[in-house]
Design a protein around this ligand. Structure first.
Ligand code: F6P
Length: 557
């Protein structure tokens, strides 16, 4: 970065931001239900399809003018050239001096992708071929355990992006599992996670995959060591480790010194961030369960979304519109959270994956030039599966003092056509976004209570409790069925939405320095927990008091 040139204006100092602020003042009080009354074709007008996904963004606090002004803002922030820079492999991850090329992992264009003057596509393809051969030998039972039995279980040991993405995709594509191999995900530094994962497994039929880009993450190494010990203590032997342990890492040396055979180590590259690595060999557990062809379809779906994102005009671009709508609520309506509400049992893990994808990417407070941000950047991402959420947190969505824009996600067809279940699930999804938009006026509440025979006095108290403000925005993302292609496109769509927002806020969406402090402090606290006493406490009284509590419990055992 040329530091002799003064950094660009922050988005909040741009004339396009000012124009949006003035527009906000004008549109803020406009009700969406009035818009629907005035615009019979509002649904068709604010709908978009791409890569097998359909987006209904008509239940938003927008007009054509809003979209125009948001697109002007995106252009003033250099979004089109930033998109191209990412795909072309420029070092956009400035603090780590790296490209962000998760798109290369699903690049079916036939075009080269250059990193440091070298086309990385041959190595990407050869790794995918190695993955296919590895999975084929296991799924055809040619590669067997030390007692010559076929593998029945694979344990993926990893955390963060080495866990959430593969786990989400595995759950999402459960209907495509071959059912001969069960997939387990071990992530937490919690003996209960380890115990529950190994419960009922047999060393002779279990394959372990150690998933760690750094091969230095405490939780993953601890779990991998415990699994290796479990294997050796229950019938396995050192000579057979190579059959039962594989690794996916950028640190091949460390994986080999752990005892993993070089031929079972799959590469990760430093130009793929952990939370963007599902498409790499980190997806091995998924490929083992759904097979290579379905994994390839997942990659194809993501590639289709990449092509759309790279080529569609900004105002017809799904990730761009979702990103801009998020900025609209985050920075003009002051919504500080965003809810991901999949109405699909198989997509129940989606909110957790998007939490890391979004919050670890854009949960930043300085821009790429080191300037403190005078505005909110990444929102708090939360959510859960519908219709369960309706019986948990939707009350706040409807009547809370804070509002959270929602993404409703629903397949129009179920993999399990049980009676009229799916029609009921879809009706719940659609009626929730309708209720958020329409609400129930005070007059409607009064009329209902009057019809129930309530007195005027009762009505004056009860009606305000029953009224629902409405005018709360949501997107509905829908598709025919949860297929590998659709899931690939859906996850890629959110990856690009996050990129759009990071570009507008001017933050680096591809580093995560904020997680380092906890790791450093954790090492000192761990040593103190194991010690019997402290010479002179280096800790604040809270941390010291908690350490003492743990010690006294430990001493009772
Ligand atoms: O949370 C920090 C982080 O580095 C994530 O970005 C990453 O996905 C996770 O830890 C695991 O890292 P590794 O794959 O290196 O074990």
């Amino acid at each position: 970065m040329d530091r002799s040139v003064s950094p660009p204006l922050m988005f909040s100092d741009k004339p396009e931001f000012k124009a949006l602020s003035e527009h906000y003042d004008h549109i803020e009080s406009k009700r969406m239900d009035e818009c629907f009354d005035e615009e019979p074709n509002r649904f068709e007008h604010f709908s978009l399809s791409a890569a097998g996904l359909n987006l209904d963004y008509s239940k938003n606090r927008i007009s054509d003018e809003t979209i125009k002004l948001l697109v002007d803002l995106a252009e003033s922030c250099g979004l089109p050239s930033a998109i191209e820079a990412m795909f072309m492999g420029q070092k956009i991850n400035l603090s780590e001096n790296r490209p962000a090329l998760h798109t290369a992992l699903r690049n079916f264009s036939g075009e080269p992708v250059m990193v440091g003057g070298i086309d990385v596509m041959p190595e990407v393809k050869s790794t995918l071929n190695r993955m296919e051969a590895f999975c084929w030998s296991i799924r055809t039972q040619q590669w067997r355990g030390f007692s010559n039995k076929p593998f029945t279980d694979v344990v993926s040991i990893g955390i963060g992006g080495s866990f959430l993405g593969p786990k989400l995709a595995s759950e999402a594509l459960k209907p495509y599992w071959s059912r001969k191999i069960n997939c387990h995900y071990l992530s937490n530094i919690d003996g209960s996670d380890l115990t529950e994962t190994l419960q009922g497994l047999s060393p002779e039929t279990t394959l372990f995959i150690v998933q760690s880009k750094s091969f230095g993450t405490q939780e993953t190494l601890k779990n991998a060591t415990a699994c290796r010990d479990w294997f050796l203590d229950n019938g396995g032997c050192e000579a057979e480790l190579a059959r039962h342990f594989a690794a996916v890492t950028a640190n091949v040396e460390k994986a080999q010194s752990f005892g993993i055979d070089a031929k079972n180590i799959f590469p990760m590259w430093d130009w793929v961030g952990g939370r963007y690595s599902l498409w790499s060999a980190i997806g091995l557990p998924l490929m083992l369960t759904i097979g290579f062809e379905n994994f390839r379809q997942l990659l194809q779906g993501a590639h289709a979304m990449d092509e759309h994102f790279r080529n569609a005009p900004l105002d017809q671009n799904m990730p761009v519109l979702l990103g801009l709508l998020g900025v609209w609520y985050n920075n003009f309506f002051d919504a500080q959270s965003h809810a991901i509400l999949p109405y699909d049992h198989y997509l129940r893990g989606l909110p957790s994956h998007i939490q890391q994808l979004d919050m670890e990417s854009n949960g930043k407070s300085v821009d790429i030039h080191g300037r403190p941000l005078p505005f909110h950047s990444g929102p708090i991402i939360w959510g859960g599966v519908g219709s369960n959420g309706q019986h948990a947190y939707h009350q706040l969505l409807h009547q809370g003092t804070q509002f959270a824009p929602c993404d409703f996600i629903i397949p129009l067809m179920s993999h399990n056509a049980v009676g009229d279940f799916h029609a009921l699930l879809v009706s719940n999804c659609l009626s929730q976004s309708q209720a958020l938009m329409k609400g129930k006026s005070l007059e409607q509440a009064k009329t209902e209570l009057l019809a129930q025979g309530k007195t005027e006095e009762e009505i004056s108290v009860l009606a305000p409790q029953r009224a629902i403000a409405g005018n709360r925005p949501s997107n509905t993302i829908y598709f025919d069925k949860s297929t590998p292609h659709v899931i690939g496109a859906l996850i890629a769509m959110y990856e690009h939405k996050v990129f759009v927002q990071g570009q507008i806020w001017g933050v680096n969406s591809f580093d995560q320095w904020g997680v380092e402090l906890g790791k450093q402090l954790g090492n000192k606290v761990h040593s103190a927990l194991l010690a019997c006493h402290d010479e002179a406490s280096e800790f604040d009284s809270s941390t010291q008091g908690l350490i003492n509590a743990f010690r006294s419990m430990k001493n009772k055992l």
